[in-house]
Design a protein around this ligand. Structure first.
Ligand code: 5GP
Ligand code: ZN
Length: 119
């Protein structure tokens, strides 16, 4: 995937981001519009559109994304009180950036998983 993907451009260093952890295959950086006291995005450096494509295409890389997310949670002091790990996927999932990313959210009680407002 080339220059039209926002997160590929962050991987390439073309767009600045506050990077909190990097491995050979993954990158973790702070969300530009944090929804919790801690809000970090974890991505594979290689482009996959969403978590389903990633998990089916390269399960080992999906595991590396999870391992990086866990390391971020530990670094951010979230293991004691807990945190939320979330992959918004597709239209109904509310995904806005189509380079798979795990949201690591924590630092305060996050409330119910979903608002109870059935369509
Ligand atoms: P999604 O809705 O696709 O699950 O989440 C996309 C996330 O990317 C949003 O939480 C949004 O705030 C974040 N985001 C969008 N553009 C940028 C950016 O340029 N830099 C960073 N660090 N985060 C971004
Ligand atoms: Zn990409």
């Amino acid at each position: 995937m080339g220059t039209d993907c926002l997160f590929c451009r962050i991987v390439a260093g073309e767009i600045p981001a506050t990077i909190v952890r990097e491995t050979a295959t993954t990158l973790a950086f702070r969300d530009i519009g944090p929804k919790a006291p801690v809000h970090v995005l974890v991505i594979p450096k290689e482009h996959y559109a969403d978590v389903a494509t990633l998990a089916q295409g390269d399960p080992a890389l999906a595991g590396e994304v999870l391992a990086t997310a866990a390391a971020v949670a530990e670094d951010e002091g979230l293991l004691g009180d807990g945190f939320r790990l979330m992959f918004n996927t597709g239209t109904h999932g509310g995904q806005e950036v189509f380079h798979v990313h795990a949201h690591v959210l924590g630092g305060a009680p996050l409330g119910p998983m979903l608002a109870r407002n059935p369509a």
